[in-house]
Design a protein around this ligand. Sequence first.
Ligand SMILES: [Zn+2]
Length: 414
Amino acid sequence: MIDRYRTLWEPLLEIGRAPGGGYARHGWNAADLACREWFTAQAAERGLTCEQDRNGNLWAWWGEPGAGAVVTGSHLDSVPNGGAYDGPLGVVSSFLAVDLLRERGVQPSRPIAVTAFCEEEGARFGIACLGSRLLTGVLDPAKARALTDPDGVTLATAMTRAGADPDAIGRDTEALARIGVFVELHVEQGRALTHLDAPVGLASAIWPHGRWRLDFTGEGNHAGTTLLADRRDPMIAFARTVLAAREQAARTGALATVGRVAIEPNGTNAIASRVRAWLDARAPDGATLDALVQAISADASAAAGADGTAVEVFPESHSAVVEFGAELRDRLAGVLKDGGFGPNSGTIGQPAVPVLPTGAGHDAGILSGFVPTAMLFVRNPTGVSHAPNEHAPDADCATGVEALAAVLEELACR
Ligand SMILES: [Zn+2]
């Protein structure tokens, strides 16, 4: 399995990789289109019926597309300068798991589909899980069409340029009705499985999380001639807010990150006139998340008020807590335990696979509001994710494929 995994994995590694090793695969850009071609080619090679739905999500069908399907997959896009595994590992594993079942002569009683959801990371248009949000109708299509990338290109324009029809996006009842159950395999974005000496695990929940834009405004001026006392420099309140976000997160047992900032005019010898920053916040529960963002916003306002600048906070996206259904999870935990996919810690008998929460959002989280959904994680020894050195060992990836195949067989045959 390791060799077969490498054979499918390696050609994909070339697509959209920068010289430094990071990926720039973003919704409808050239690298994303190349990934889509790769997906279509994989489907064709296997004789699977391939389609792109109205929202740009890809589907490869083993069996007649129809209701009650067992759907598995992930996404092919990346964060800016992202790693190779977040997303693509789930898609590659899905194709390999289907191969395995077909070789074993498994006859599913339900159709099985491999999917790749569009713009999961939200790196280009600012809203994560764009494809699954549109499909399920949790995102307004008119709002989505008007989303812009950092160059000012709207989603509508980007789709049109890529030969897709932006007027067709929106809730897709037909596509949704076909999903009987969705299973997403994903590289772990942390080190919990490493600590437990387990190659694979199951997800219990996704922390509630969201993105907020903070616009700090002041007065642009000359860096050499404006006295300190005369300045209204929005960088100061911005800097204090970054520190406040860290402190408030530590205080509440949550996570807060400012990883993106746009400064105007962005000149070395100019006091900024405006600083636009994006806050990513996540917490174990919704009340903690609300309190965290309120506290950071209050700190930002206080910092701006103290130096004569101003700040406004705009919510950009929000995902409520996701608790994956216990019934499906327990069923899959049983399959994985019996299949010997539990930790390699020398325990006698068949140990159970770990069940973990995650702070990362996924299409599975969006879909879980509509269909039974589960997630499988594959061990990531360094825990690094959303960065070029994100890595999962080949042997664990191969184990992930076998585990996914066992899960699909259970769901599609029984
Ligand atoms: Zn992902």
